[in-house]
Design a binder for this molecule. Sequence first.
Ligand SMILES: Nc1ncnc2c1ncn2[C@@H]1O[C@H](COP(=O)(O)OP(=O)(O)OP(=O)(O)O)[C@@H](O)[C@H]1O
Length: 222
Amino acid sequence: MARHALPAGTLEADGLGCLRGDVPVFAGVRFALEPGDALVLRGPNGSGKSSLLRVLAGLLPPAAGRLFWNGEAIDPGDEAHRGRLAYLGHADALKPVLTARENLAFWAKLHGAAPDGVDAALDRLDLRELADTPVGLLSAGQRRRLAIARIVASPAAVWLLDEPGVSLDAAAVHRLAAALAAHRAAGGIVVAATHQPLDLAAARELDMRNHEPAPLPPEAIP
Ligand SMILES: Nc1ncnc2c1ncn2[C@@H]1O[C@H](COP(=O)(O)OP(=O)(O)OP(=O)(O)O)[C@@H](O)[C@H]1O
């Protein structure tokens, strides 16, 4: 499948920390990702993988540290940077009354993606036969495939994926791996949180257990 040109660049995190409800979740997260790189976030439940992805997506402000694109600091709410990101959360962010194709067309228009990328993304996730089915009638795995197709159809350079393989059967896991490889080959960057193995060649790993925040001082504990 032909890929649109990606706005290739480097993504760096320097000393990122995060609070959830005033509770420190992680601290001191550092990485530097070049075009084509992949970073897998590991760690037990509650260690902060989803929180880190939300910080990277600009959905949660960091409590400490900065993010850089091509060496330039990214300000919170930076619209140009938002355009470089495609975020897949636990929820699939699909409209149940629209068909699979209509959902992708909606997202493609919103993100300025090429309309011909919609059918290509449906093909890549083997969804062509379900293109005209309302999303409310799809199975969990079919919905997850469509949510991944939404990322594939986007023009974003940086894919931020939270448990992308959830609900996928073996064939769909294979298609996900192929989509990730194609994105990286086109100069894209992948950051994925996963408990399952993802077939990501030469991916780097970031273990959230190495970024546990320092314990609160006794006087700060109510
Ligand atoms: N909206 C929220 N408000 C307050 N605390 C939250 C909120 N969301 C998550 N947390 C807390 O932040 C911590 C990190 O959660 P997070 O979802 O980032 O972990 P995770 O590593 O992705 O977990 P999992 O493997 O279960 O998906 C947990 O202690 C969780 O209870």
